[in-house]
Design a protein around this ligand. Sequence first.
Ligand code: FAD
Length: 364
Amino acid sequence: MSNSSAPCANQIDVAIIGGGQSALAVAYFLRRAGIGYVVLDDQPAPGGAWQHTWDSLHLFSPAQWSSLPGWLMPATSGQYPSREHVIRYLTEYEKRYEIPAQRPVHVTSVAHRGNRLLLSSDHGEWLANAVVSATGTWARPYIPEYAGLADFRGDQVHSAHYRNPERFRGRRVLVVGGGNSGAQILAELSQVCHVTWVTLEAPTFLPDDVDGRVLFERATERWKAKVEGRPDPVPAGGLGDIVMVPPVREARERGVLNSVRPFVRFMNDGVVWADGTRSQVDAVIWCTGFRPALEHLRPLNVVNAAGRVDVVEGRSVVEPGLWLVGYGEWCGFASATLIGVMRSARSAVAEIKDYLSSSKEQTA
Ligand code: FAD
């Protein structure tokens, strides 16, 4: 723990915790505003969660609809860019805007130090006037409770750690989860092994012509309606619904996009269904989502019972010098996407600029 009075070597106006797409969008606007900042990221290289997704993952929007502020993502030959293309883009983006990312630095806590915030990490401390938490969700994969799970002797892999279908070839696999990850991993696995898709309810497939572009337009319409105080104007359908990217469309042509309702419990070599029948299972792929990675904020007492932070447009209601960016709809419409995070990043930096100047006036 830090010595509460010792001077801190690293003093900065703004510290951004996390170095993925959300952090880079915030960095772009801080740089443009001439505000001093640092990015602290616990990964060895740029790219955030994209470094850890499965090999065949592609964006669900074309390149120009997957761009961070200031620089359009270079076009690709295929309709949707690959994960490698995204990682190259994020890496080049950091160089292009000379983003001061320090890696690997894992921030373990953010605490008060007078009227500033002290960040403690495995590579030193930073004393900041304002903090932007952009740590994403990949570090906190979620697996639901199931009776007998501890007895199950088969393989278990969360989508956060799934790479490719090879290790499952010829085996009996359950894919659990009805979102984009579940559909895309089912599509891939169903070509090499026997897969059963388990979803809480019948999955919602978006029309073939609805991809990330339309989802971003819908999010923008919802954002405008909210700003103007109008009711939600667009049909339901957001990032949780399944975008019919080419591999999922191909799986539909093969007739494999059928899901069943959940089993009731595990046995050591399989599962028991609601009707009492049993299936032997060799492996389970959990495509059951993530939770925000916010452990580092616990010392500020801002993490609520739902594991989120109460915010207004991304700014903590409790801690005036804290902003959250990129965690999903609760901290900004479409903020968990490359194109959507621009809006959240721009509004956060506008508020940070006002906050810093008023703080300086008070201490002058
Ligand atoms: P991340 O990319 O997770 O980056 C957070 C960074 O912070 C990571 O490097 C992490 O290691 C680091 N970190 C965490 N905790 C700490 C700490 N305590 N100290 C220091 N560093 C820390 N988005 C799109 O725009 N288009 C798409 O087509 C798309 N498709 C997707 C498909 C799937 C299946 C999934 C799961 C997601 C998809 N996304 C898509 C969403 C996108 O991948 C994520 O929303 C995005 O990676 C979030 O960016 P981020 O910067 O907020 O978080």
